[in-house]
Ligand binder design. Structure first.
Ligand code: HPA
Length: 258
């Protein structure tokens, strides 16, 4: 079963025929929202609203461990995470992008399942943070849906919830980041620790601070409009993705090795 984690602008999925919902408790606490089980285009899906159904949980307070643990325990075989980002270089507002790499600038988040205690020490390989075969399925789905998607980009995961200074964006640019968002980590790493194939569909909703039309400030009204139209494209893409990732294929996708 494919898990879809929806971010800002995607707290519900109108294309999902919900069969049942479940409040899950995990050893790490409760996930952001009840899990919604149902079908999209005839395929089984579980959906989770990352920020809660009322969009009340800020990025640094999301219980990422509970979210991933709940999805895995209820039978998810792969995770597609939808997130909004600011474009630093090469991505314009309105674009959809599938990042292929990330740099983590977050702090003070519960970022691992291997946290000592009586558990053995594990260093998960994270050379390629986004599962190549699942990314390929997303690209295939996008082309079938007629939705343009950028293939590749470097996601800078920042702490938030404030947006960045122009100088911070310059630094991320020098570090090689091409987009910036607040939720990509530790989500991707926790999925890897659970051996869940993981890919992210990013919707560029604004020029990052100091870039393009965000030289003076980031205009929130335009951002919200771009978010809504971007998520419509994501819903179309997902309808084509679900049939491409049936459980046996998802299981065979494996972890992150290219
Ligand atoms: N910065 C960080 N996170 C974001 C942005 C941004 O400009 N836009 C959407 N999420």
């Amino acid at each position: 079963m494919l898990a879809i984690i929806g971010g800002s602008g995607l707290t519900t999925l109108s294309t999902l025929a919900v069969a049942h919902r479940e409040i899950v408790r995990t050893p790490y606490g409760e996930p952001s929202a009840p899990l919604l089980f149902g079908q999209i285009a005839g395929g089984d899906v579980v959906f989770l609203a990352r920020h809660g159904h009322g969009h009340t949980i800020p990025p640094h307070r999301v219980n990422y461990r509970a979210n991933l643990s709940a999805l895995k325990s209820r039978g998810a075989h792969a995770v597609v995470a939808v997130a909004s980002v600011g474009g630093i270089r090469g991505h314009l507002p309105g674009d959809l992008v599938l990042p292929h790499q990330l740099v983590d600038y977050t702090y003070d988040r519960q970022h691992t399942f291997f946290d000592g205690g009586d558990r053995r020490v594990v260093h998960a390989d994270f050379t390629h943070p986004y599962t190549p075969s699942l990314r390929a399925a997303c690209l295939d789905a996008a082309s079938k849906a007629g939705v343009a998607v950028g293939d590749g980009g470097v996601y800078a995961a920042v702490q938030g919830p404030r947006l960045e200074t122009a100088a911070e964006i310059d630094r991320l640019d020098r570090d090689g980041a091409t987009m910036v968002g607040m939720t990509g980590m530790p989500e991707a790493a926790l999925a890897r620790e659970l051996d869940l194939p993981y890919a992210s569909i990013c919707v560029v909703v604004n020029h990052a601070a100091g870039r393009g039309d965000s030289t003076q400030a980031i205009a929130m009204e335009a951002l919200v409009r771009t978010l809504e139209s971007g998520m419509d494209k994501v819903r179309r893409l997902l309808e084509h993705l679900v049939p491409l990732v049936p459980p046996p294929v998802a299981a065979a996708l494996g972890g992150g090795a290219p």
